[in-house]
Design a protein around this ligand. Structure first.
Ligand code: FES
Length: 78
C-alpha cells in the first residue's frame, strides 16, 4: 500500500527503513523520501513508527555494539 503519494513510498519500504533504524518521520524522510512533499502522510508514518515500537521492531540504541566496534588504542609505556 502506498503511504506517501508524493514520493510513491509504500508501507513496506517504510517498515524496512524503520527496521534499519529510522525512528522519526524526519529520519524516514532522509532514508526513503517519504513525507518530504506535502506532509499529508506524516500521520500514517507516525502510526507505522508507533506500531514498530509496540512490536519491538525498532532497533534499540546500539551502545554495546558500537562500543565494541570502537577501535582500542593500546597504551604504551614510554
Ligand atoms: S503524501 Fe507524503 S509527502 Fe505528500
Amino acid at each position: 500500500m502506498i503511504v506517501c503519494l508524493c514520493r510513491a513510498v509504500s508501507d513496506r519500504t517504510i517498515r524496512a527503513r524503520i527496521a534499519e533504524g529510522a525512528r522519526t518521520v524526519e529520519e524516514l524522510g532522509d532514508a526513503c523520501g517519504a513525507g518530504t512533499g506535502c506532509g499529508g502522510c506524516h500521520d500514517q508514518m507516525t502510526q507505522l513508527l508507533g506500531e514498530a515500537r509496540q512490536t519491538n521492531t525498532v532497533r534499540p540504541a546500539c551502545r554495546e555494539s558500537c562500543a565494541m566496534a570502537t577501535p582500542r588504542v593500546a597504551s604504551v609505556a614510554l
